[in-house]
Design a binder for this molecule. Structure first.
Ligand SMILES: NC(=O)C1=CN([C@@H]2O[C@H](COP(=O)(O)OP(=O)(O)OC[C@H]3O[C@@H](n4cnc5c(N)ncnc54)[C@H](O)[C@@H]3O)[C@@H](O)[C@H]2O)C=CC1
Ligand SMILES: O=C(O)CCC(=O)C(=O)O
Length: 527
């Protein structure tokens, strides 16, 4: 049974997939104080939130069972992603479900701002019939500057064109060609700020976008510019905006989001030029249902079959690519698990080589699995796909991915190599159609065995009688050899023996093998 905590209000229809799934114990508690949440979080496998609950490093340090955080929405700035990654907790969001609603809300804000609708409404409510005070401006032929042309920014552009506005956008990923195809202009941030009559922000809140609109940015703008923020508080420096409005540089601002949320007081609200909503961009029945369904489906899928559609702290791999590389996941992990047992030294470097058909794919999930397998020996089950690379990096291990299209006789080959201060060890595996994974090389030796069960790797001198001695010693200890592979560098040179035996080899049994003069190294690996 998985315990799921829903800590912010989610659409009841949207959480139906969770209610319908087997083994899910759902607790809905949207009134927990941060302290209460900290006390409870240790019981839960999954946490579902919107933008209100702050998922801090401190909270995550108490979340000993937590495997997944679902953010029913886009922005994940209320979740400490680094801490989640370090704890091996996957974060998923719902990037598409509220795009329309946020774009529609932005358009509603632009129109309400341009015609001073909230101010006029308030005045009328106060029984004043004032037609002179609330003269607005048309949107037609005005320039809308869009900062951040992702999903929502692009939807706003389409809608604003319907209002016959001219659009100019800035986004680090916006090419001239893409802008031309959308029938909009593009420019640098400075050009957009200088050209626009209305400016709307649609970036995430990141280190680079914090206070993107600050005093210097306001100075670049046209006098009388109007500002809309339906993205995140903090992208606009609220003090600078306040000054820009008081000095009449900015004629008006429509804000759905604020530096501090929720709040009871904010000096911007004292200004008649400011209209505001309490973070309602995604607050529609459709958006709430859609984002809740998306995260619930990912939570179920993660807890039951370990796959997700919208990971935030894992690379997202297209479904068709995933279906091609998925069969290699198990082998990648086993290669790592096997290889780490061939050294007692500190690993400094991991090289993963993808050859043959594998080289055509996005393989980073396989590298993660390999590193997970490598680290598991010393870090246990605490290491997973989410934190494997982070944990390796923190230990100063460098990781390289290499690809070649030829696979030396195999259709696909995955080779993993580790380097320590004084050693270099490697193992290669291939996936045989219908036969599953086979390990085909250990260091320079050609072998062929299934990475399963109790494996013994023996480095020895190529000399008559070694195999016999070893076989009889194992027999004396009632250890049955199931399979045996032997290869050598040259006659009388170094050789390797890979045994698969029927039981786990105890240290004393390994010591007996090591006592054979021609045997140089023995490793026992349980896969
Ligand atoms: N008010 C509300 O209720 C809602 C707010 N949002 C906010 O809207 C934001 C945008 O959402 P989406 O469009 O879905 O995200 P998105 O990821 O599709 O688009 C964000 C765009 O911002 C661009 N960007 C990043 N840094 C930039 C910079 N320094 N200057 C210019 N552009 C930059 C990115 O390249 C990307 O194209 C989200 O981060 C979220 O915080 C989203 C939904 C509802
Ligand atoms: O959960 C909400 O209502 C806020 C939505 C939002 O801000 C987002 O998706 O980034």
């Amino acid at each position: 049974m998985f315990n799921i905590l829903i800590a912010d209000p989610l659409s009841e229809d949207g959480i139906q997939p969770l209610r319908n799934a087997d083994n899910m114990n759902i607790v809905i508690d949207t009134n927990l104080t941060p302290q209460e949440l900290e006390e409870k979080i240790g019981e839960f496998d999954a946490l579902l939130v919107r933008s209100q609950t702050q998922v801090t490093r401190n909270l995550l340090s108490k979340a000993s069972k937590l495997k997944i955080i679902g953010r029913a929405g886009v922005g994940v700035d209320n979740i400490d992603l680094d801490a989640a990654t370090e704890h091996g907790i996957i974060v998923v969001n719902a990037p598409n479900g509220n795009t329309n609603s946020a774009a529609e809300h932005t358009m509603a804000m632009i129109m309400a701002l341009s015609r001073k609708i909230p101010q006029a409404y308030n005045s009328l409510k106060n029984r004043k019939w004032d037609r002179k005070k609330y003269i607005g401006v048309e949107l037609k032929n005005k320039t809308l500057g869009i900062v951040g042309l992702g999903r929502i920014g692009a939807e706003v552009a389409h809608r604003a064109k319907g209002q016959r506005m001219d659009i100019i956008a800035y986004d680090p990923f916006l090419t001239k060609e893409k802008a031309d195809n959308m029938g909009i202009g593009s420019g640098t941030l400075q050009e957009v700020l200088q050209a626009a009559d209305f400016i709307t922000i649609h970036t995430p809140l990141l280190k680079d976008t914090r206070h993107l609109l600050n005093t210097e940015a306001f100075q670049l703008m046209k006098p009388g510019v109007q500002i809309v923020n339906c993205a995140r508080g903090g992208i606009i420096d609220e003090d600078a905006l306040y000054e820009a409005i008081v000095s009449k540089k900015v004629a008006g601002a429509a804000l759905d989001v604020f530096e501090e949320e929720p709040f009871l007081d904010n000096k911007l609200l004292e200004l008649p030029e400011v209209i505001a909503t309490p973070h309602l961009g995604a607050s529609t029945i459709e958006a709430q249902e859609s984002v809740a369904i998306d995260v619930c489906e990912d939570v179920i899928s993660f807890l039951t079959v370990d796959s997700v559609k919208n990971p935030v702290n894992l690379p997202s791999v297209p479904r068709d690519v995933l279906s091609k590389i998925e069969p290699y996941f198990h082998m990648a992990e086993k290669l790592g698990e096997f290889l780490i047992h061939l050294t007692e030294e500190v690993v400094e470097e991991i090289n993963v080589y993808y050859s043959g058909e594998l080289s055509a794919f996005e393989v980073s999930p396989l590298t993660r699995n390999t590193v997970k397998g490598l680290l598991k020996r010393h870090l246990g089950n605490h290491v997973n796909d989410v934190n494997a690379l982070y944990l390796a990096e923190r230990r100063g291990i460098t990781i390289h991915e290499n690809k070649t299209s030829t696979a030396k006789g195999f259709t696909n080959l995955l080779k993993v190599e580790i380097k320590t201060k004084s050693e270099k060890r490697s193992v290669s595996g291939t996936l045989l159609n219908g036969l599953g994974p086979r390990f085909v090389k250990v260091e320079e030796y050609s072998v062929d065995f299934t990475p399963k069960g109790h494996i013994v790797v023996i480095h020895h001198k190529d000399q008559p009688g070694v195999i016999g001695k070893m076989g009889s010693l194992l027999a004396q200890h009632d250890i049955n050899i199931a399979t045996m592979q032997v290869d050598r560098s040259d006659i009388g040179g170094n050789a390797i023996m890979i045994l698969s035996v029927d039981k786990h080899m105890e240290n004393e049994e390994l010591a007996i093998l090591k006592s054979i003069e021609e045997i140089k190294e023995v490793f026992a690996i349980d896969l």
